[in-house]
Design a protein. Sequence first.
Length: 377
Amino acid sequence: MDRRKLMIQGVAALAVPSLPKGYVFGEKSLEISGAGSLRSHARHAHLLSGSAVRVDDLQSNSEYARLVSEQCDIVVAHNEMKWVALRPKRETFDFHWGDLLVQFARKNKMRMRGHTLAWHESVPEWIREDENRKNARELFVNHITTVCRHFAGHIHSWDVVNEAILPKDGEPGGMRKSFWYENVGTDYIDLAFRTAHSADPKAKLTYNDYGVEYENAEDAERRERVLELVQGMRQRGVPIHAVGIQSHIKAEKAGGFGKGLADYLASLQALGLEVYLTELDVNEDDIASNDVSIRDTEIAQVYADFLRVALGNPAVKAVLTWDITDRFTWLNNGPTHKKKQPERPQRALPFDRDFKPKQAFFAMRDSFDARHQKKTR
Ligand code: XIL
């Protein structure tokens, strides 16, 4: 077993009550707020540390709001800035929840990401009606312009287009046959970026996708397609500034992280793009054991393994988990993510249901420190 593994797995007997079982702390600080927070360790490594949040959770749970404000330098809305949330009707824009998040971020001196202006899973029903579908291009441009103008000045980066690549759909360039692709036009990605840039010239415009993390053929293919896409955009002079790697990773998944991911990062860097890890979490449905400390140890190891490769490239500027506590992980929302363990809530995130740090928290913090040490050596 290598040293890195030992650090995470550790010896349960050494644990003190405030530390998660199984973690060797050595000289590590047990303080998890202030200088001990994820955001403080991330800053040393020239990273923004952040989380997705649901605004009603921030409002109804002050302990949660405090945790987010203490750990994060950047936040993003789970759903509140998607089409379905912002556009209940063709005529109306509902900015209520998005504006509350802007207020929360300002009050706590955090940055904010915008998510997302075009995603196949957030298409309001009304736009599918014949009359509107015919005008999809105009509605698309109008939506992006209005939304980007509205939030301009508050957005660090927009996920302009989310999950546009699905090679099995058989389209040129591996494009997904989404509502936007089929109704706005096959150039909808360029159009979205150009429109967003005119409406908010300061926001960093990001293409965000999943399924690019692992050393397997499917992920390798998506990496290639994304690279072709963003390279083409650069050549055409389309304003794109960053690529998001969603980072929904899994415990017990074969393949692991390595050269494929490292080369992908290097190619993005060579194109002059920044990279954000936008939705990090570890789906642990495949872990057979019900023992919490065994599960938490394995989950932390997956965080460490992934971040070791992902943070190896200086183009990576931000790490956001998809929420920060197991209490609010989307992985418990539906049966699709709990096929193997339908009765077992997922422990996918750095804090548990009661907002206590788990081994994954320390693995993240150590991974930030390792990048910092590499830089300063
Ligand atoms: C998820 C939200 O977390 C859930 O609350 C919602 O029910 C579905 O969407 N990739 C993305 C995110 O880009 O927008 C998704 O968020 C998770 C997968």
